[in-house]
Design a protein around this ligand. Structure first.
Ligand code: HEM
Length: 230
């Protein structure tokens, strides 16, 4: 057990934890996106999917706890890594290359903080119904929670749709750099595949951004409406 603590306290260990938890969180984001895209298939399909998730019971709670654990470890270790880097470099960088790397890590921090604020708002908005308590009262004919109606009514507000789109830009910024550096940390950086690894972060970030923003945009344009999906 001692080596686990020692490893997690080292800068390499902290980097590995950030990379592994980052991979888990990307997995969640992709699964969540695929689930959300079912809004385009209409209320029946989306509510069946949402009800299926809720019916998982203890398994759902285990997944939520795992997600929370990954989130806390990811943020905690990323902050620790930043302060370790600062402590190891009392004199500021002089070269342009080094300035570019601080810019990347600053944008990681900015994107990360934007994301954290977004997730807190998002949970208050849809999961806890703080923004509009009526959201949790919507029911389908079967008596299930009408997650379709809640999501559509939520995005019919232009400021809310705009806020989600801005937050997705923060997510894309974070993933664009984060996914590529995750591969490097995990040692998957053979020179032959370097261009591919450098490109994979921005490409995945762009796909995830387009997927997520398509939902508030489709609601604002009336493509997804209370009558049904596209
Ligand atoms: C257009 C974008 C998005 C839509 C339409 C959306 C929709 C939803 C909905 C409907 C729920 C379930 C609320 C409930 O019935 O309990 C939910 C939960 C959640 N979403 Fe999103 N979401 C979006 C983007 C995101 C992003 C980008 C993240 C993370 C980076 C995220 C993280 C979460 C989390 C952590 C939960 C709670 C999961 C749980 O309670 O088990 N969402 N989202």
């Amino acid at each position: 057990m001692d080596w686990v603590v020692k490893f997690a306290r080292s800068s390499i260990g902290a980097k590995a934890v950030v990379a592994l938890t980052g991979a888990g969180l990307v997995g969640f984001v992709v699964a969540h996106l695929l689930g959300n895209l079912q809004l385009f298939a209409g209320p029946e399909q989306f509510n069946n999917y949402a009800h299926g998730l809720k019916s998982l019971g203890p398994l759902l709670w285990a997944a939520r706890l795992g997600l929370l654990g990954m989130f806390v470890l990811h943020i905690g270790m990323a902050i620790r890594l930043q302060s370790m880097n600062k402590a190891a470099r009392p004199v500021s960088y002089q070269s342009k290359k080094a300035q570019a790397s601080t810019l990347a890590s600053r944008s990681m921090l900015l994107g990360g903080v934007t994301l954290l604020l977004f997730v807190l708002f998002h949970l208050a908005h849809y999961t806890l119904g703080v923004v509009d308590p009526q959201f949790l009262e919507y029911k389908t004919a079967e008596g299930w929670h009408d997650a379709y109606k809640m999501t559509v009514i939520g995005f019919q507000s232009a400021p809310v749709a705009g806020l989600y789109i801005a937050a997705m830009a923060g997510l894309a910024m974070h993933l664009g750099h984060g996914v590529s550096s995750m591969f490097q940390t995990l040692g998957l950086n053979h020179p032959r595949y370097r261009p591919l690894i450098r490109g994979i972060g921005p490409a995945l970030a762009a796909l995830i951004f387009l997927g997520f923003v398509s939902i508030p945009i489709a609601v604002q344009l009336g493509i997804i409406s209370l009558q049904g999906g596209a």
